[in-house]
Design a binder for this molecule. Sequence first.
Ligand SMILES: [Zn+2]
Length: 182
Amino acid sequence: MPSSNAINGHLLNRAVLVLNANYSPMMICTARRAICLDYLRKVEVLVNYDEQVHSPSLSLHLPSVIKIRDYIRFDNLSVDLNRKNVIARDNHICQYCGVSKTALTIDHIIPKGKGGLDTWENLVAACKPCNQRKGDKTIDESNMLLNRLPKRPNRLMYFQKYVKDQQQNWRPYLFMEPFTIN
Ligand SMILES: [Zn+2]
């Protein structure tokens, strides 16, 4: 049987959605951090998880969505263009053959030698064999097909990937469904 500390520790690492003062999604933090920010009166808790965390002296609701009290200037929708984020956008799947759970490289759809740029629209995750097969050829020349056209992601997509069974309450805040007024 796990100790209550182990259970608390597990719960305190639960993901919490952090909104800016204007309700735009900003980041994900741990419940531990969220409880701390709430204690310092920096945030308002909008939604709790069903679970509580316990210490010898008190029980606390586990926060799930929090909102910062003072607006922070923050370009919340841009995602840095780098290898890690291209692979995350492509769900860790080779965009040519669909293989996953393998080391992925970044392929330029229009090769650099043919004027292809480092842009979200020109970079995709590719397994090593596909990348080698494509080489310096364009899609047409290589006779290969892309699973889907790559697009510039935004942070919203990244947050939406976090939503599992326990995060259903996040959906309205991530524009995945309208707010219902009770
Ligand atoms: Zn592949």
